[in-house]
Design a protein around this ligand. Structure first.
Ligand code: NAP
Length: 309
């Protein structure tokens, strides 16, 4: 494909402004022509209150990037796919696992690309970690994903509401990395969910997974941590220790820092979206969201102190 893809953004909030708008502006394959947001406006393009109005008024639109909270992902994506547009979903790709598979079917029927994006998989250490771990004997995996919810989600109510995932909103980033780098599929064996007395979703969670070989995989997510965040993954193998730090920005193997290049998660996501559109393909992996759903199914719930913003 040589022409630019005309794209619109829906849900112009924190992640759209911090990452999507700069990534699109810096990508030669895309041209932003519209925005759809109830309150926010993007300078220099046509703005609409919702996705349906944008689709109706912009016949030249070819693709839509959905950046609103997950509870509204399905209806926005369905509208775009039914209008024949390619769709990129922010993470998590939906509020339920099955709705994402319905969207994948819709994309197929309408011959559109559906890209369920996992930005943390595009952190610079991830593919090198995956290549190093391929074929290795894994002895244990430890994930610590801890941050201050007040710092990262100030005033965001949707994270506490059904479908908002609570601490799994960041935790799913760790799950998106380990589902990519570990050589074997794994499954949840038990979980503990810590839920504030006045909220629907957990503020912390401890998860114990295993693969078919019985390898212990432990993940601890906590939103009551700070001021510095801790986003790290350690994989102990027969051949040494792999350590991913700062969400995959740094990679050490047996204590030696690896040269993995600069962080460019969102530019890389748009490279991938462009490639998928160009080749008529989709990329929809629900496995990180499936693990969260399993945690909600299996997890023992423990009431903890109320959370006030
Ligand atoms: P946000 O700022 O709270 O929400 C994005 C925007 O979506 C809001 O500003 C709002 O704009 C619109 N919106 C909110 N509720 C809506 C509703 N019910 N119907 C339609 N539009 C609605 O959240 P965010 O932090 O950008 O997160 C959005 C998504 O990006 C989430 O899935 C999150 O997991 C993901 N993400 C966030 C980050 C991050 O650092 N924040 C990083 C990576 C991924 P209007 O009021 O103008 O409609």
């Amino acid at each position: 494909m040589t022409e630019q893809v005309a794209i619109g953004i829906a849900g112009v909030g924190k992640i759209a402004r911090d990452q999507h708008l700069p990534a699109i502006a810096g990508h030669s394959g895309f041209k932003l022509i519209a925005g759809a947001s109830r309150n926010a406006r993007i300078d220099g393009v046509n703005n609409y209150q919702n996705v349906e109005d944008m689709l109706a008024a912009e016949p030249l639109l070819q693709a839509v990037s959905l950046c609103a909270p997950p509870q509204v992902r399905f209806s926005q994506a369905r509208a775009a796919l039914e209008a024949g547009k390619h769709v990129m979903l922010e993470k998590p790709p939906g509020a339920s696992v099955t709705e994402v598979t319905v969207l994948a079917d819709l994309a197929r029927q309408n011959q559109c690309t559906l890209f369920a994006s996992w930005h943390s998989r595009h952190a610079p250490g991830v593919e090198t970690a995956r290549a190093w771990l391929a074929g290795k004997e894994i002895k244990a995996v430890n994930v610590l994903w801890k941050e201050d919810v007040r710092r990262w989600h100030p005033g965001q109510d949707w994270i506490w509401q059904p479908g908002g995932l609570g601490v799994f909103d960041p935790g799913i980033n760790a799950l998106s990395i380990i589902t990519r780098i570990l050589p074997h599929a794994f499954f949840l064996k038990s979980a503990e969910l810590f839920v504030p007395a006045n909220r629907h979703n957990p503020i912390a969670a401890n998860l114990d997974f295993s693969d078919a070989l019985g390898t212990p995989i432990r993940a601890e997510f906590d939103w009551r941590f700070g001021p510095q965040e801790l986003w790290q993954i350690e994989v102990t193998t027969r051949d040494g220790l792999l350590h991913l730090a700062q969400g995959g920005k740094f990679l050490k193997i047996d204590g030696e820092m690896k040269d993995i290049g600069q962080e460019r998660e969102y530019p890389s996501l748009y490279d991938r979206f462009f490639e998928l559109i160009s080749t008529g393909a989709s990329d929809v992996d629900v496995s990180p969201l499936q693990h969260v759903a399993d945690a909600m199914l299996l997890g023992g719930r423990h009431e903890v102190e109320k959370f006030e913003d």
